[in-house]
Write a protein that binds this ligand. Structure first.
Ligand code: AMP
Length: 227
C-alpha cells in the first residue's frame, strides 16, 4: 500500500484478539516495521540482573511493566532508521499515561496516527489464548483449535518442527491479563475514539478477512485525510 506521510498505526485488542498476527501481516503489506512491546520485553526478560527479573515476574503474573521502562524502550526503538516512514505498534500504549506520552512523541516527529481496534468476545479470547503456540524458529503463531500448520508439526513459514508456548498463556494469567486490559486499556480506546482516531474491525472473521478489513480502513482514513 502506498502512503506518503510517515504513518503510525496502533493495533489494539485484548490478549487473543489476533493483534500480533494482524500486526505482522500489516507490517509485511505496508513494508514498515512492527514493534511489539511484548516481544521486546520477553527478550529483555531473558537477561540477567534486576530489570530482567522484574520484567519476568510482571509478565508471569499478567500485570503491566512500569511506564518508565516502556517509555525508554519506545523512545529508543522509534529512533531507529527503519521507523522513519512509519511503524506498527502492537501492545503499546496500554494505559492513558502511555497514550499521552506516545502522543507527544508522535507530535514532535510529525507522524500521522491511526488506531485499529480488533474486537473479539471474551469467551473466544480465552479459548484462543489457551490453544496458542508458536514456531520456535520464526515466531509464526498457530492455534490448536483454530489454526494448525498445513502439515501437522511443520511450520508453514520456515519448515521448522520445533514449537513453543508462551508461559503467560495459561488460564489464570489470561484472566489477569484480561482484567488489566479492561481496567487500563479500554480507557485508551475511549481516549482515541474521542479524538476521532479509532476504527474497529471484527476479529472473529478469518485472519485473511480481518487483514483485508484493516487495509480497507487504513486506505479510507488516508483518503479522508487528503480531502
Ligand atoms: P503481549 O505480548 O502484548 O500480550 O504482552 C505480554 C506482556 O508484556 C503483557 O502481559 C505485559 O506484562 C507486558 N507488556 C507488553 N506491552 C506492555 C506495555 N505497553 N505496558 C506494560 N506492560 C506491557
Amino acid at each position: 500500500m502506498e502512503h506518503k506521510l510517515p504513518l503510525a498505526v496502533i493495533i489494539m485488542g485484548p490478549p487473543g484478539s489476533g493483534k500480533g498476527t494482524q500486526s505482522s501481516r500489516l507490517s509485511a503489506s505496508m513494508n514498515i516495521p512492527k514493534i511489539s512491546t511484548g516481544d521486546i520485553l520477553r527478550q529483555v526478560s531473558l537477561g540477567d540482573g534486576p530489570k530482567s527479573e522484574y520484567i519476568r515476574s510482571v509478565i508471569a503474573t499478567g500485570g503491566l511493566v512500569s511506564d518508565n521502562i516502556l517509555a525508554d524502550l519506545i523512545v529508543s526503538r522509534l529512533s531507529d532508521l527503519d521507523c522513519k516512514d512509519g511503524f506498527i505498534l502492537d501492545g503499546y500504549p496500554r494505559n492513558i499515561q502511555q497514550a499521552t506520552f506516545l502522543g507527544e512523541l508522535l507530535l514532535d516527529r510529525n507522524y500521522k496516527l491511526l488506531v485499529i481496534e480488533v474486537i473479539v468476545p471474551d469467551d473466544t479470547l480465552i479459548k484462543r489464548v489457551k490453544g496458542r503456540y508458536l514456531c520456535k524458529n520464526c515466531g509464526t503463531i498457530y492455534n490448536k483449535y483454530f489454526a494448525k500448520p498445513q502439515k501437522d508439526g511443520i511450520c508453514d513459514k520456515c519448515g521448522s518442527s520445533e514449537f513453543t508456548y508462551r508461559s503467560d498463556d495459561n488460564e489464570l494469567v489470561i484472566k489477569e491479563r484480561l482484567k488489566e486490559y479492561n481496567t487500563q486499556t479500554i480507557p485508551v480506546l475511549d481516549y482515541y475514539r474521542q479524538r476521532n482516531l479509532l476504527v474497529s474491525v471484527n476479529g472473529e472473521k478469518t485472519s485473511d478477512e480481518v487483514h483485508e478489513d484493516i487495509l480497507r480502513q487504513i486506505a479510507r482514513a488516508l483518503v479522508n485525510d487528503c480531502n
